[in-house]
Design a protein around this ligand. Structure first.
Ligand code: AHR
Length: 668
């Protein structure tokens, strides 16, 4: 009988496998002695974009929506109510209009006038990002900026549950009344767990006070950093040990128009000085409108670099190339006005890498990170295409290479992996010695099987490939019916054998998009789904994680009848050597609905360990999905697998619709 125990998130099969194995129908040979290519440490990474409420309402742990009243509708997200409301008791004011010298990056604030107010008289309820996830016993930090105009107004902050009952509260009495802006904070605990909580800010006393940046953060952020990231979401990334993090997108880099493009310099420093911008996913899809979607940049480039450092991933920032989204306005920066864009790229390298005595190195140090981030690459443009892209890219390439000859640039091959736009860009990029070409494929699941040999014929010299955005679409691109089902994940697993087999050419790959808020998404499928309190990985997540955790350092040839196993009998396979652990790693996807047995001959080894490990991901139902309630419905099970040390082989029984990863210790 099999005995399962739970260990490190995996089911571990601890009993020995004594049942008789069916006879293998074919021999598959792995040449362990002669690796065919290096596998880059960056091979498997993640793509992060503020889409689907991925940053605001996602990894950025801020619970208050529209904390600075800068949304188009200044009180969006807030409900003002109370028994003693009078005309003008909550007014939206604008510093720039008042001719103030205050920064214009956050011009609006509110002026509160209280007249002998008490509980229930004057309240402002913030609804959070589709509610606030509150946890029993957890500390919450309520903070704001205030400026006392007159009198004494106490500010109360109540956490309230879905029924409107308080489940935690704190009080602030503004300390200074010198007519200047000040920050103040109070911390308190929640007495209950509530997935759809809200924040009630209410006023007591008589007076006039100005308020801005009304904020609520949980204590349990990633690494306990105040104002930081949602730890459960970041843990999902850390668990994958990704080789790189691509940020901040995606189309968000381009912007609907150039005013809305992502500008990294505006994302540094005090949160109140980071100018909010509408999120392009706010209005991109008529069928998924999100009128309350804005980018506060509470998470900016420093935080993204820090995240990469925390989880041991290479940072891969993507910068605007002087072109807005070509599906939207397609605005172009005239060539004679491109310099500031190029300068942004050069300054970013200095910000990330340079000595603290340089201009941008000092900015980094002043922000609390004197140690360089060792940035090695950046993308110029996201899904940009046409001669206009090539013309602009050439200017970036020349300027960056002149200053940093070894710095690598990721270049766009457009929106699709084939067709006129792709062919044009592919030719041009190779002619201009591009370092890395970014290919995107949002395609039907069968495309991934049909294209498993895509890179077999790519030139080994010259440009390398970054499979920068891709995911199998169970319906079609941008359809709301796309599912993160096992069919898509299994076909992706099969396709990835082709990426690994061609690691000589493919140096990086990332599924996209990464996160989706289940109550506020625009695009599906997505790797990881969250609500206010929960998070789950899709079957696709577990495929990505298996590849990333079992990456290896060198590609090995794995053949049946002298041919790569790339679809024969519906099997797809690749093999790697892990120099660090002296292990052979085998990956086999069986996309058929019948079990198949293969004897895998491990040629060229001196000695093999008799006890291999098998990580098995399978489900009989290709429509199977994971969910908040059943987060591990499709997830890997760890088992023992016996190795024939005398014959130097391992017999793999490949169940129907399964993906198997095997690790075997070997001496060479
Ligand atoms: O991943 C979602 C979007 O798909 C990205 O923003 C864009 O680059 C692509 O079209």
């Amino acid at each position: 009988m099999n005995l399962f125990t739970k260990a490190a998130g995996l089911l571990v099969l601890t009993a020995s496998l004594t049942q008789a194995q069916p006879a293998p129908t074919h021999v598959v040979r792995v040449n362990v002695a002669q690796p065919v290519a290096d596998i880059q440490p960056t091979m498997w990474g993640v793509f992060f974009e503020d889409i689907n409420f991925g940053a605001d309402g996602g990894i950025y742990a801020e619970l208050v929506k529209n904390r600075s009243f800068e949304f188009f509708k200044p009180l969006m997200g807030w409900t003002v109510r109370g028994k003693k409301r009078t005309e003008g008791d909550i007014l939206v004011q604008n510093r720039s209009e008042a001719g103030s010298t205050q920064t214009s990056s956050n011009p609006r604030y509110i002026r509160v006038t209280a007249n002998g107010a008490n509980s229930g008289d004057l309240e402002m309820i913030n609804e959070g990002f589709r509610g606030m996830g509150l946890k029993n016993g957890l500390r919450y930090d309520f903070a704001l900026m205030y400026r006392v105009q007159s009198g004494n107004v106490k500010i109360h902050a109540d956490l309230i549950n879905a029924q409107g009952q308080p489940i935690g509260s704190g009080t602030l009495l503004p300390e200074k009344s010198d007519g200047q802006w000040h920050k103040q904070q109070v911390s308190f605990k929640s007495a209950a767990t509530e997935p759809k909580g809200k924040l009630n800010v209410w006023f007591e006393g008589t007076g006039v006070v100005d308020l801005d940046m009304i904020s609520l953060f949980p204590e349990d952020t990633w690494k306990g950093r105040p104002g930081g990231m949602r730890a459960d979401m970041i843990q999902m990334l850390a668990d994958m040990k990704p080789g790189f993090v691509r940020f901040p997108g995606g189309c968000i880099v381009e912007g609907h128009d150039l005013t809305q493009r992502y500008q990294w310099k505006k994302t540094l420093g005090a949160p109140e000085d980071r100018q909010l911008v509408i999120n392009r996913w706010n209005f991109e899809f008529g069928h998924r409108p999100a009128p309350d979607y804005f980018q506060t940049f509470g998470l900016g480039f420093l935080e993204y670099f820090q995240l990469c450092e925390d989880i041991g991933a290479e940072p891969l920032p993507i910068l605007n190339c002087g072109m807005a989204c070509q599906f939207n306005t397609a605005e172009l920066v005239p060539m004679d006005q491109l310099d500031p864009y190029v300068q942004d790229a050069i300054d970013l390298i200095e910000f990330a890498n340079a000595d603290v005595n340089t201009k941008w190195g000092k900015v980094r140090a002043d922000l609390g990170h004197p140690k360089p981030f060792n940035l090695k690459m950046m993308g110029v443009g996201n899904e940009n295409w046409g001669p206009q892209y090539i013309e602009r890219l050439a200017v970036f390439q020349k300027a960056i290479k002149a200053n940093y000859p070894n710095f690598r640039l990721v270049c766009s091959s457009g929106t699709d992996p084939d067709g006129e736009r792709f062919d044009f860009l592919n030719g041009k990029l190779r002619a201009m010695n591009a370092d890395l070409i970014d290919e995107h494929y949002y395609r039907r699941p069968e495309w991934f099987l049909q294209n498993v040999k895509r890179y077999d014929t790519y030139p080994r010299n010259g440009a390398k490939i970054f499979a920068g955005e891709w995911a199998a679409q169970s319906d079609k691109t941008v359809s709301i019916n796309n599912k993160n089902n096992w069919l898509c994940a299994l076909n992706e697993a099969a396709f990835m054998t082709g990426l690994e087999r061609n690691a000589a050419v493919v140096q990086m790959a990332s599924y996209a998009p990464l996160f989706a808020n289940a109550d506020a998404w625009q695009w599906t499928p997505d790797l990881i789904w969250v609500d206010n309190l929960r998070v789950y990985g899709t079957p696709n997540y577990f495929v990505q994680k298996l590849y990333s955790l079992h990456k290896g350092t060198h590609v090995l040839s794995m053949t049946q009848n002298n041919e790569a196993l790339a679809g024969q009998d519906s099997l797809y396979a690749s093999a790697a050597w892990d120099k660090a652990t002296s292990e052979i790693i085998l990956k086999v996807a069986n996309v058929s609905d019948k079990a198949q047995v293969r004897q895998i001959q491990l040629d060229g080894t001196k000695k093999l360990d008799a006890n291999g490990k098998l990580f098995l991901l399978k489900n009989d139902n290709l429509n199977a999905v994971n969910s908040f309630e059943n987060a591990t419905n499709v997830s890997p099970v760890e088992q023992a697998i016996a190795v024939d040390v005398k014959k130097k082989n391992v017999t793999m029984t490949l169940g129907p619709k399964s993906f198997s990863v095997v690790r075997i210790k070997a001496t060479m």
